[in-house]
Design a binder for this molecule. Structure first.
Ligand SMILES: [Zn+2]
Length: 409
């Protein structure tokens, strides 16, 4: 009983070794895979599944199918939903859909504030705490320092993390759409300055020092943020952070006036991209999260000015990063596994038994990224047509095959 793979290599003791053990599954599957590797299932701590409230953009069913195909065994779902998970009643609908439809493990966030407005009063954090992976107002920054301090004290009391979308709205001009840099100036598009990200991070790190709260920074995009977090870690503060594949592989030089290039925070300068890579390599950036943010086609076809923010990423993250970081010699595969699977699982208390939670990839397979083949409802992302190595053959969650190549197409 179980999955017998002959040939191939398996991730063991933080290295890839010849396959020498049987993976556990309720199904009997046996195949030989000379090019395949068996890796721990990935964990994405920043995913928008859009249900309840916005199923025209994505559903928990399709979003988690996309996750399974991307090699993910677990995702954390962001709270910009309707109703917002700012109390147990607001969370209940999402939990119900997760129980019914989710193909991989989904652990929701609770909001920091009532209505996820980034202001006003705190959410019912205590009643949410047993059901959530942490508290976030993702999509909106908490604007008031006093309110963030209150949130951190409450999160600390409850033994939960604050997971911060850092964005100071007072520093962003109306209609801010892309990085406040050369492309924005040349095309007369209102720019989003890096300070709107790193100033709230600076503020929050002070509050972490004061409160002792566990703190995680979402989608770090600029060099100043990396440096602030590097220093905070040296000091011993309980801080981690993530960045996304797009910030590691693209910058404002790659922009086209197309909604596929619009996300928040925006693609920044070449120097920022390099600083993110350096931060990833030296451990300042703990993990990679996709910020998978699907939208309907007619919300993304209005250029950089008129489109909404957000791109999809679950089905492309590993092949893109394997191709552009591992195959190019920037980092070993073991480090990419750390950033996509092990580190997020440790930080978010989502560790799982490897032999029942793994993903199998053919790393020799070369294919151009084609959004029309996505299992996600979202199609908009800037990597269409990019040739990438790596095809997911199978993903297993708690011993159950949740994705098998060819079975969902
Ligand atoms: Zn965000």
């Amino acid at each position: 009983m179980g999955i017998r793979l002959t040939g191939g290599r398996v991730f063991k003791d933080n290295a890839l070794l010849p396959m020498d053990f049987e993976m556990h599954s309720g199904e009997d599957i046996s195949f030989s895979l000379n090019n395949a590797v068996v890796l721990p299932g990935f964990v994405d701590v920043h995913v928008h599944l859009r249900e309840p409230g916005f199923f025209h953009k994505e559903t928990i069913l399709q979003g988690t199918l996309a996750a399974a195909r991307g090699g993910y065994r677990a995702v954390c779902s962001m709270p910009n939903l309707d109703p917002a998970p700012d109390c147990l009643a607001g969370l209940e609908k999402q939990l119900e859909i997760i129980r019914r439809d989710a193909k991989v493990k989904v652990v929701p966030y609770g909001t920091i504030t009532k209505g996820r407005t980034g202001g006003g009063v705190l959410a019912d954090m205590e009643e949410l705490a047993p059901y959530v992976c942490g508290f976030s107002d993702d999509g909106t920054g908490v604007q008031s320092e006093a309110l963030m301090e209150e949130a951190m004290l409450e999160a600390k009391r409850l033994g939960k993390m604050i997971v911060a979308h850092c964005e100071d709205m007072s520093l962003i001009p109306k209609g801010g759409a892309i990085h406040d840099g050369s492309f924005a100036r040349e095309h007369g598009i209102p720019g989003i300055p890096s300070a709107s990200e790193y100033e709230p991070i600076r503020r929050d790190l002070e509050l972490v020092r004061k409160t002792g709260c566990s703190y995680h920074v979402c989608h770090v995009s600029c060099k100043e943020s990396v440096e602030l977090i590097r220093r905070a870690k040296k000091e011993g503060l309980d801080v981690t952070c993530e960045t996304g594949p797009h910030y590691l592989l693209l910058c404002q030089d790659d922009l086209e006036d197309d909604g596929r290039f619009k996300m928040n925070p925006p693609l920044r300068d070449k120097e920022d991209r390099q600083a993110l890579l350096a931060g990833l390599l030296d451990g300042t950036i703990d993990m990679i999260a996709t910020d998978h943010a699907p939208h309907a086609a007619n919300e993304k076809d209005k250029g950089l000015r008129g489109s909404v923010m957000g791109i999809v990423g679950l089905e492309t993250a590993f092949p893109l990063l394997y191709t552009h970081l591992v195959k190019k010699g920037i980092m070993p595969l073991e480090m990419l596994v750390e950033k996509m699977a092990l580190a997020p699982a440790r930080r978010f208390n989502m560790e799982a038994d490897f032999q029942s939670n793994f993903t199998v990839w053919d790393l020799e397979h070369l294919e151009k990224i084609d959004a029309d083949k996505f299992l996600s409802k979202g199609r908009s992302m800037p990597f269409g047509g990019w040739p990438v190595y790596g095809k997911c053959l199978m993903t297993v969650v708690d011993g159950k095959v949740v994705y098998r190549e060819g079975a969902n197409e």
